[in-house]
Design a protein around this ligand. Structure first.
Ligand code: ACM
Length: 773
């Protein structure tokens, strides 16, 4: 007999139990109920007054799931040579039982631990597997590797878990074209997904920089298209761009693809292959130039971006693509084939006589409708083979095929439109799901594409936009994190970018969006801590948010900065530059000088580790009131207008931190007012300039200052761009008279010119601190 009770009531008892067992017995790990930390968070978890002693040899019985779960049971629970598992011949003899229960929903499970046994109930293999994954996260982290342990048993607390996923698509994506990852690296990626109960692996297999899947009918796709002559080094925005001069590439044979698909299946993961079309096809066209509209020979791309050579929609191209898809379909048993569809510039189609004739013949309006025609042809083919088409949200342009499922990446708007027209949707917006963006705003982060997506923001994601009614909301099948690997030159770096943001996404898609994510985030971090220990044992690299001190600058009377650690009760110390003594942080620090503030956690193992660094530049504009005539874009407004005069510059390497404000396509007017007139020598503006990300410094800005005696002072400056920096600064001379008000007009750069990334779209303006001296 045992009773269940809520955690708060039982925890005291558990502690007592813990102390007693500590005193009486030899030392071995004992997990207390309050230490239970499972990601993604289970639906319900209750304490049971019991303790299960896991023996050196554990017997298990797996009911009707035996065939599917035995490999995981034996490879995982028996990996550690100090502990083994034995399959019992019948249920009664087993300590761990996996029991078939048809009353449960798909993928759901129950996990019960008492003094004598561990029971997992599930209807299907996936549910049984997920029960085992929750159990896994209760075991010592040492179980993640074959280590010799100095204990022969350990204790688990009694508990009862009932659990199941909110979303059916719980995905992670991996780009293996920009950088190639061997089969074992892909398996390691799948292992972590499985631990987190993620069930869809989106394998981005083809792109401009390399074709990575063997197609027997078209061998040149990998023989030629699998390799590029060299690779861009440094950032795309660096001028001049630099290359490494080294041939790079690789591909998976069909046997290797089958091996990965089977491995994924053993982890209850479905693999969704992505074969990009009609854009991002330069590697394929390089192998078979007749697939492009010009027929000219081109190289496999050696740098990142969007390229104009796309598949030409000729009968020969469709025959080729159907041939490729036939082999892809045979390799991937899942329901979806992803056909890309994103970022397909129409320049080649516009100048192709064939395409123009096809547009007339099919009564299409323009090249966008031609893309829609292209996607429909492919959708029809896939449907005829029993597969569903999945594509990026550009497949909406020119009309969406009714059978297609949309992956919304340029925000959630594409997903909203698709759901409203009755199509299935997977959410993967840049704002919350692009793990190639920076995750930390400090300067020492490894080079990334740009942007800023901290862990907490991933954790706060709600895949269901409020614009949808409940019926439309059901079409949101789930969400996924995307790992684009332009800047991930090694598996370690790829893991560093993927983890722990993958863990936050796993929680979003399994447990659903949090009602108040700010409030529940500290508990997520608490649960993350032991999971990161697990990654250590697994020898995975990751970014550690638990070492991050965050700050907030408040400007009400004086400039003050408050510091926060990620977990409660972490003591912080700080010092100003050049001062040796660390001071205990107890309240917001007044900023009274231009200097660097450093902070660290008290008593951390690495005494030299500085967890926070902030450079302040004080100036006469700090107390001014600034107003803008346009709101910054919501994705680039985390610091708000206060960021323009808080004494802190934005990063020179990324535009996504809270010090940069971003405006898309708008001219901007800044109005600065001084309560008491000030005398200024100069006013400095800073703009981000990163054409690869569609961000352009304006070509000029205009200032009109109102002097205290009512006269006006006007000046205009052309903005000069230093080709070595991403930041364009301009210093305006000021009249050295008392000023009450300044108006700054900042015209947007305009439409991005031909030949540049994003040509034809509006440019972004990014504005930094306005320094008034
Ligand atoms: C994408 O990021 N181009 C889908």
């Amino acid at each position: 007999m045992h009773f269940t009770a809520v955690f708060a009531r039982i925890s005291l008892l558990c502690c007592l139990l813990f102390l007693v067992s500590c005193g009486e017995q030899e030392d071995y790990p004992k997990l207390a109920f309050e230490e239970v930390a499972i990601i993604p968070e289970p639906k319900s978890i209750e304490a049971v007054e019991a303790q299960f002693i896991w023996p050196a040899e554990l017997s298990y019985f797996a009911d009707s799931f035996a065939e599917e779960v035995t490999p995981f049971m034996e490879s995982y629970f028996g990996l550690n040579s100090s502990f083994t598992v034995q399959r019992a011949s019948n249920s009664d003899a087993a300590q761990l039982k996996i029991i078939s229960d048809n009353t449960l929903e798909d993928e759901h499970y129950k996990l019960q631990i008492d003094n004598e046994k561990i029971n997992i109930y599930a209807k299907d293999v996936a549910g049984a597997f997920y029960g085992l994954q929750s159990l896994r996260q209760l075991l010592p982290a040492a179980f993640e590797a074959d280590q010799v342990l100095d204990y022969e048993q350990f204790a688990l607390p009694g508990l009862s878990i009932e659990d199941g996923p909110v979303f059916q698509h719980r995905g992670m994506h991996l780009d293996v074209s920009r950088h190639f990852f061997e089969v074992d690296a892909v398996k390691r990626y799948l292992d972590v997904m499985a631990m987190l109960k993620m069930n869809r692996f989106h394998w981005h297999l083809t792109d401009d920089q390399g074709w990575r899947i063997e197609i027997k009918k078209y061998p040149k796709l990998t023989e030629h298209g699998g390799y590029r002559s060299e690779t861009l080094i440094g950032h795309y925005n660096d001028q001049p761009q630099k290359f490494d001069g080294k041939r790079y590439g690789g591909f998976y044979t069909q046997e290797q693809i089958k091996e990965v698909v089977a491995y994924a299946q053993s982890l209850s993961i479905e693999v969704i292959p992505e074969i990009e079309m009609p854009g991002h096809a330069q590697a394929a066209i390089s192998a078979y130039p007749e697939l492009g509209c010009t027929g000219e020979s081109i190289d496999v791309a050696t740098k990142w971006g969007v390229f104009e050579d796309i598949f030409c929609p000729t009968p020969e191209t469709f025959e080729f693509l159907f041939g490729v898809l036939d082999e892809v379909i045979a390799l991937f048993p899942g329901e979806y084939i992803h056909i890309g569809g994103d970022e397909a510039p129409k320049a080649r189609w516009k100048s192709s006589e064939f395409c123009q004739e096809l547009i007339r013949e099919q009564n299409l309006k323009d090249e966008h409708e031609l893309q829609s025609f292209f996607v429909s042809e492919i959708a029809g083919y896939l449907n005829s083979k029993g597969k569903k088409l999945l594509g990026w949200d550009e497949i909406l342009e020119g009309g969406l095929d009714p059978t297609a499922t949309v992956m919304s990446w340029r925000g959630v708007e594409g997903g909203i439109a698709a759901a409203k027209s009755g199509n299935g949707v997977i959410m993967s917006p840049t704002s919350h799901a692009y793990f190639d963006y920076y995750q930390d705003d400090s300067e020492d982060q490894p080079l990334a594409i740009g942007g800023f997506l901290p862990l907490e923001k991933v954790y706060s994601f709600d895949p269901i936009p409020s614009e949808l009614n409940s019926k439309q909301a059901q079409l949101i099948l789930g969400a996924q994190g995307n790992v684009w690997t332009e800047y991930m030159t090694s598996e370690k770096k790829m893991q560093y970018m993927a983890y722990p943001r993958t863990m936050a996404m796993a929680e979003v898609v399994w447990s659903g969006a949090k009602e108040d994510s700010e409030q529940s985030y500290p508990d997520f971090l608490r649960r993350l801590k032991p999971l990161l220990n697990r990654l250590d044992v697994m020898d995975r690299s990751y970014y550690n948010p638990l070492q991050k001190i965050t700050s907030e600058i408040n400007k009400e009377d004086n400039l003050r900065i408050s510091l926060n650690g990620p977990l409660p009760d972490q003591k912080i110390q700080y010092r100003w530059s050049n001062e040796q003594a660390w001071i205990d942080y107890t309240e917001p620090i007044m900023v009274e000088r231009s200097a660097i503030l450093e902070a660290r956690f008290e008593g951390q193992a690495d005494a030299d580790l500085v967890n926070f660094r902030q450079d302040f530049t004080l100036h006469k504009g700090i107390n001014a009131t600034i107003k803008l005539d346009k709101k910054p874009h919501p994705a680039y407004n985390s610091g708000g207008v206060a960021a323009l005069n808080n004494g802190v510059y934005g990063s020179k390497n990324r535009h996504g931190d809270k010090e940069w404000l971003g405006f898309w396509g708008d001219d901007l007017r800044v109005d600065i007012r001084f309560e008491t007139p000030v005398k200024l020598n100069s006013l400095k503006l800073g703009f981000y300039h990163a054409p690869g990300q569609w961000i352009y410094a304006p070509t000029k800005s205009q200032i009109r200052a109102t002097l205290a005696d009512g006269r006006a002072y006007n000046t205009t400056a052309m903005i000069k761009k230093d080709s070595l920096s991403n930041v364009a600064n301009e210093v305006f001379g000021m009249p050295e008279e008392m000023i009450t008000r300044i108006r700054i007009d900042i015209p947007n750069y305009g439409i991005i010119p031909e030949g540049k990334q994003g040509a034809g779209n509006k440019a972004w303006t990014f504005l930094d601190e306005i320094v008034m001296q």
